[in-house]
Design a protein around this ligand. Structure first.
Ligand SMILES: O=C(O)CCC(=O)C(=O)O
Ligand SMILES: [Fe+2]
Length: 305
């Protein structure tokens, strides 16, 4: 398959790598709806390379400006089930209302067409802790030992929003239980190739994370063991970047080439982040076969207007 690459930008932006294999801090860019087309193109090119981009001190971005900038990036979407939406299409994660994403995941992989990117803004950050970690799923694939890569190339997996979230919960938490009940009010399931071809870079990436349910053709216990083998390659520390948030920071990640994990090490402190989620397209495996939605039969229209 011929990868489609973004046009080569005619403007240079300053990107400082944050770690060796993933993550770049963009300096000197003020995010907003009024950004030059050339800068947006340069940012997209940088995202294809670094997988997650960080921007400090974007204090001028309120909810409206955040959403307006999101529209410049792509078609924003709303979450199919999560309760906390703010503004027209912002997803809010509030630590006091179950908004703690301390599991490794790629967003919404229970959808056949899951988001291409997310734009996350730090609204309230605890004095210590609450960092987020991203992992590079392209590097993870490329560094697999040959026999595992050959196996990965043939596998397909079912992902579901009805995953075992309690497996990660250390204490009973009413807020989280309520959030979870709403989260699975409709069960969504999709099948994806384990290895997807990135539509812009042509790179191959592993598709796993917490919404993984089972490999097609394998039982649950074997699926789980095999999941751990591949997932361990994704989570290797060499393959990650950790961001210490300050209020006003923005992170944009390529949801087709990363997983992330929001560290829950700040007790009862308040932590609030808001996210614009950008529409993505169906996964395509290296054999050219797409992923597919298993249920529900009829998907709601999630495009934000
Ligand atoms: O709270 C965070 O830092 C990330 C939360 C998350 O998983 C998301 O916004 O998709
Ligand atoms: Fe997430």
């Amino acid at each position: 398959m011929q990868p489609i690459t973004n046009p080569v930008p005619d403007i240079a932006i300053d990107v400082v790598p944050v770690s060796g294999r993933i993550g770049g801090e963009v300096q000197g860019v003020r995010l907003g709806a009024d950004l030059d087309e050339a800068i947006v193109a340069a940012l997209k090119q940088a995202l294809n390379r670094h997988k997650v981009l960080f921007f400090r001190d974007q204090h001028h971005l309120d909810d409206a400006a955040h959403q307006a900038f999101g529209r410049r990036w792509g078609q924003p979407t709303i979450h199919p089930t999560a309760p906390a939406q703010v503004g027209d299409f912002l997803l809010e994660l509030d630590s006091r209302h179950g908004g703690k994403a301390n599991v490794w995941h790629t967003d919404l992989t229970f959808m056949a067409s899951y988001p291409s990117a997310s734009i996350l803004r730090a609204v309230t950050i605890p004095p210590a802790g609450g960092d987020t970690v991203w992992a590079n799923t392209v590097e993870a694939y490329e560094r697999l030992p040959d026999p595992l890569r050959v196996l990965a190339d043939t596998l397909r997996a079912v992902h579901s929003n009805d995953y075992d979230y309690a497996a990660n919960q250390t204490e009973p938490d009413e807020g989280t239980d309520r959030y979870q009940a709403e989260f699975i009010s409709t069960v969504y399931e999709a099948e994806h190739p384990l290895v997807r071809v990135h539509p812009e870079t042509g790179e191959r990436a592993l598709v796993l994370g917490a919404f993984f349910k089972q490999f097609v053709g394998l039982g649950t216990s074997e699926s789980r063991r095999l999941y751990e083998v591949f997932q361990a390659h994704i989570m290797r520390l060499e393959n990650t970047v950790r961001w210490r948030w300050r209020e006003g920071d923005v992170a944009i990640w390529d949801n087709r080439a990363t997983q992330h994990y929001a560290i829950d090490d700040y007790g009862d402190a308040k932590r609030v982040v808001r996210r614009v989620t950008i529409e993505g397209d169906a996964t395509i495996g290296i054999d050219g076969r797409s992923g597919r939605q298993i249920r529900p039969e009829k998907l709601p229209d999630l495009r934000a207007v």
